[in-house]
Design a protein around this ligand. Structure first.
Ligand code: CMX
Length: 451
């Protein structure tokens, strides 16, 4: 038995109890509904969708959040402005505590201050990272991309998976959700320490900063990163880690976690799969690409105060060289991303006259009409990644290759809360049907012949 397990077995767990009673109810209802309506059509799939990355095909259940193309993300029905208003906050801060969002995603209720403080303490108790994980990280060359290090660190902690151990011991199916919950809680608790370790070894000569267990989850992470002593940086981390947590189930990191988890791989394997998806430039890596692109623009133009005309020329040259404008466009959204809007509001409140923030705001005016004029981009508006880098640079974190790790620490909360739900609802192995292109051509001819 590891130390963490010993510590939390002595605590009664109100979140787990609440989840269990809710999940049992939901599972019972869904079983009956499914039996009665099994053949009801949920969607029709077109050829364009088959070749077009399955956009919009309704084919999975994801309890923790839902995305509307116009209104944006809602976590258990709550928009980001509502979360900012209703979730418990640290003393003297206006930003929500991510612990509160995890509670909400898992059981669908806005937690009380006491419940959030209980969860904060739980994660502290569970935050001990195994020694071999640090050894695995230390074995990587310093220039290894931080997302490679993050995935490896997550996989290295799989040695402590309670799900895998209990499965090997012959656990009953009805219990799968329980060790998945334990694995999820342990993983989320440890990620800030792991991520901060990656940051300090990669960019600060391994000069590590010990955790401060008097702080909440996000503030302790900010502390261990050692980027800025300003309380506003802790506020930013609380907001950042809240808004990046979940974006319904079809996005690549969520879907990858879900797919891997559906094989009854444990939460460590599943999250590492999700993080590998997040590491792609069309998804989470876009946050580093945005700031890299802005830095290159500043260099090329020779000014940190470019005019809108200069920015437009730079945007056009990026497009002409066959590259996308990072931070713009989205597979589902059709309006400025509310996560972009929340970060802009943060900058308006906390940051005055910052060159890179000002550039981000000018880009926001310049890029949408240009993308619109291409006539093919479905959403010319900024997504979450368009703003986050500028806020981090403001507080002194210029090492943009680390940014996707921050996204990953947050995303773990949503995808792991959903994994616990998938196990509780007995979701089966995911196994859609594929066809060859020859089959598609034949199918088209036979369909036409019957008309
Ligand atoms: N710059 C230039 N062209 C873009 C574009 C952008 N920001 N966004 C879309 N397009 C292009 C696509 O490349 C595609 O062109 P082709 O037909 O020549 O291949 C066309 O517009 C249609 O694409 P779409 O249907 O509007 O967008 P998709 O659903 O296929 O892709 C996304 C969505 C996010 C991958 C795309 O908008 C993009 O590449 N954006 C830049 C990268 C980015 O910011 N990713 C982060 C998304 C948020 C996240 O997951 O973190």
């Amino acid at each position: 038995m590891d130390l963490n397990e010993h510590v939390h077995s002595e605590y009664s767990d109100p979140l787990k109890q609440k989840f269990e009673s809710q999940a049992k109810e939901v599972a019972k209802t869904l079983k009956a509904v499914l039996k009665e309506n099994a053949s009801m059509k949920m969607d029709e799939v077109t050829l364009k969708q088959v070749f077009g990355g399955m956009r919009g095909v309704k084919s999975m259940v994801w309890e923790t959040s839902q995305l509307d193309p116009v209104d944006g993300i809602r976590f258990r029905g709550y928009s980001i402005p509502e979360l900012k208003e209703k979730l418990p906050k640290a003393e003297g801060d206006k930003e929500p505590l991510p612990e509160g969002l995890f509670w909400l995603m898992l059981v669908g209720e806005i937690p009380t201050e006491e419940q959030v403080s209980w969860l904060s303490k739980q994660w502290k108790h569970r935050s001990n990272v195994p020694e071999h994980t640090f050894k695995v990280l230390d074995s990587f060359p310093a220039e290894t991309h931080p997302m490679t290090q993050l995935s490896a660190a997550i996989i290295s902690m799989q040695t402590g998976s309670q799900f895998s151990r209990r499965y090997a011991e012959g656990m009953n199916k009805s219990e799968y959700w329980d060790p998945t919950y334990e694995d999820a809680m342990n993983l989320i608790a440890r990620l800030p320490r792991v991520a901060a370790y990656i940051y300090r070894r990669t960019y600060h000569n391994g000069d590590h900063i010990a955790p401060d267990l008097s702080l909440d989850w996000a503030a302790n992470f900010a502390h261990m990163l050692g980027v800025s002593d300003k309380p506003d940086f802790k506020s930013l981390m609380r907001l950042y880690l809240t808004i990046h947590a979940d974006h319904e189930g079809g996005n690549a990191s969520a879907h990858a976690t879900h797919l891997v988890g559906s094989t009854l791989s444990d939460a460590y394997f599943a999250l590492a799969g999700g993080m590998s998806a997040l590491a792609g430039p069309l998804h989470g890596l876009a946050n580093q690409e945005v700031i890299k692109w802005i830095f290159k623009m500043v260099d090329a133009l020779g000014t940190t105060n470019p005019t809108k005309e200069q920015i437009a020329d730079y945007v056009n040259s990026t497009l002409a060289s066959g590259q996308v404008i990072p931070g713009y466009g989205h597979a589902v959204l059709r309006r400025p991303d509310p996560r972009f809007v929340a970060q802009k509001a943060f900058a308006e409140e906390y940051i005055k006259d910052d060159d890179i923030v000002n550039i981000v705001w000018k880009i926001f005016e310049v890029v949408p009409p240009i993308l619109d004029s291409l006539g093919k981009v479905k959403n010319p508006w900024p997504n979450v990644d368009a703003h986050s880098g500028a806020l981090l640079v403001h507080f002194g974190m210029k090492e943009y290759s680390f940014y996707t790790v921050l996204f990953g620490v947050s995303r773990a909360m949503g995808v792991l809360a959903s994994l616990v739900w998938s196990r509780a609802l007995g979701m089966p192995l995911e196994r859609p049907k594929s066809v060859t292109s020859a089959w598609v051509l034949e199918h088209i001819s036979s369909q036409k012949a019957t008309v």
